[in-house]
Design a protein around this ligand. Structure first.
Ligand code: NAD
Length: 503
């Protein structure tokens, strides 16, 4: 049974659901715990066939001029603009984030398409001075091959777009294995992409963007396949370590975007009004299920007793409920497993002398089978080892500090290294935080929270977060291979380093 609203949304987005229906993968609404649709999964031989198709597409696409490739991404961006409301709503219905964030996710896809279109005319290489007379050196960037994208449930469509928009202008084809918890948003995105392809013309080969519906096994099969030249995997550190091992064994490239455990430091000179808003959005947005969610807050002694009671008051009044309703700021957790993980982390915090505020299940009428919670604040006496672990739920630990070095040490003490921020109006503190001796994360912000990145910067983190970079800046280079070319236009053959080799 497919829910009637979902059916209407999917047909508006151009999906022929009958092509996907089956009994292997069940999309369950985090809003009310009821089934949205049941789908078939691709068999191992179908996965093989999709990769083969994408590989054949790459062999053609690599010769299409890059600005022409950009035109396809431009058309896809147009489809996203036209269908933003429907796709945004579908994201909310399947992933549970509030409608504003569902729409924001689609906007992020549009933004990366715009970025990639510009990039399609800027895939620059260098010209390098040669040490030999009558010689010239240069670098070129060529397409790398088939890019395999594995994505997580919490950004069910934007992460694919970050990868695909860049990969496509770079001349690669893409195979996507979305989260088994959010297959419908992936199917809808694929349908919108195919609309763009149909408007583009015959130089877009079939198989340019393939979609695999399946669980972990299909993802693992894709990672093993030698025709996948680059694996871009987003999800838990556990998953990333498995993927990294396989990629290392077959010496292929990977971009790993894994778990985060992000902190903020609130210094004595912080603008507390701004800090309160940034903390709340970063800690409770997407019900604490962002990789960049604020999970650890270090507050200076001098402002602790002003800030923390304010936060408690705000947390007590946060509207928790159906994410489709305009007044809601906190939607549901993805499922029961997420709720259980949250409760066990809170129990551990209590056993470590943590003072827990919030965290209880919230009843939402008509949604009794879903998992809504009041986001929790946990005042901790110090940073404990249990705080080193990412619980993918709205738990924010708060610890007092008196010395900035201590707070920076705590920021860096955890295994993950995704995002971080400091609120301060003291220039020395701000500069210190972003310096080589400051935060060790891939993202270090000043006077904004750790979440809500823009597509223009390179996104990703260090250590257990995997070290990958996606999206803006020069992240495109990961989707291409570099060749160094030396040209000799002289009549002699001098060797580099002055080596003499007379025959
Ligand atoms: P998950 O690791 O359970 O699943 C992510 C994806 O990996 C799914 O598509 C899954 O099928 C696939 N997968 C799992 N094991 C695999 C394997 N061995 N081989 C190949 N594929 C495999 O993660 P989740 O619960 O969907 O998402 C939450 C996690 O993702 C959190 O840890 C969060 O921090 C992280 N995340 C990170 C980023 C980032 O950019 N750093 C962004 C979003 C989410």
């Amino acid at each position: 049974m497919t829910s009637p609203t979902i059916q209407a949304l999917l047909s508006e987005l151009g999906v022929q659901l009958a092509d996907y229906q089956g009994d292997a993968i069940h999309s369950i609404s985090p809003i009310d715990g009821k089934p949205l649709a049941s789908l078939r999964a691709d068999s191992a031989s179908e996965v093989q066939a999709r990769i083969a198709k994408a590989h054949a597409a790459y062999l053609q696409w690599r010769s299409v001029p890059a600005p022409r490739r950009g035109e396809l991404v431009r058309l896809f961006g147009e489809e996203l603009r036209t269908h933003k409301a429907a796709l945004g709503q579908l994201v909310t219905m399947e992933a549970g984030k509030i409608l504003q964030e569902g729409l924001g996710e689609v906007q992020e896809m549009i933004d990366i398409c715009d970025f990639a279109v510009g990039l399609s005319r800027q895939l620059y290489g260098l010209t390098i001075a040669s040490e030999r007379p009558g010689h010239r050196m240069m670098e070129q960037w060529h397409p790398v091959g088939v890019v395999g994208v594995i994505s997580a449930f919490n950004f069910p469509v934007a992460v694919w777009a970050w990868n695909a928009a860049l990969a496509l202008v770079c001349g690669d084809s893409v195979v996507w294995k979305p989260s088994e918890k959010t297959p419908l948003t992936a199917i809808a995105t694929h349908a919108l992409f195919m609309k763009a392809v149909s408007r583009f013309g015959s130089d877009a080969p079939a198989g340019l963007a393939e979609l695999i519906i399946g669980g972990r096994d299909s993802g693992a099969q894709m990672v093993e396949d030698k025709r996948i030249a680059l694996v871009s995997a987003t999800g838990s550190t556990r998953m990333g370590k498995q993927v990294a091992e396989v990629c290392a064994r077959r010496l292929t490239r990977s971009i790993l975007e894994l778990g985060g455990n992000n902190a903020m430091i609130v210094a004595p000179s912080a603008d507390l009004e701004m800090a309160v808003r940034a903390i709340t959005f970063s800690a409770v947005g997407t019900a604490g299920q962002r990789c960049t969610t604020l999970r650890r807050l270090f507050v200076h002694d001098s402002v602790y007793d002003t800030l923390v009671p304010r936060l408690k008051k705000i947390y007590a009044g946060l509207p928790v409920g159906n994410p489709l309703e305009k007044s809601t700021l906190v939607g549901p957790l993805i499922d029961a497993g997420s709720y259980d993980a949250m409760q066990s982390s809170l129990a551990v915090a209590k056993s470590e002398q943590g003072q827990v505020f919030g965290g209880e299940r919230v009843a939402v009428t008509g949604c009794e089978a879903a998992y809504y919670v009041r986001p929790s604040l946990v005042e901790m006496p110090t940073q404990t080892t249990s705080m080193h672990h990412e619980t993918f739920a709205p738990i924010m630990y708060i610890v007092r500090y008196s010395d900035l070095d201590q707070a920076i040490d705590w920021n860096n003490e955890v295994p993950q290294g995704l995002s971080s921020s400091i609120f301060t109006t003291d220039m020395r503190e701000a500069e210190r935080f972003v310096s080589a001796t400051g935060s060790d994360c891939g993202i270090a912000n000043v006077n904004i929270g750790p979440s809500g990145a823009e597509i223009g910067g390179a996104f990703g983190g260090e250590k257990d977060t995997g070290g990958g970079r996606e999206s803006g800046s020069d992240a495109w280079k990961a989707y291409m291979r570099r060749t160094t070319n030396t040209f000799n236009y002289s009549h002699a053959l001098p060797l580099a380093q002055g080596i003499s080799f007379d025959i």
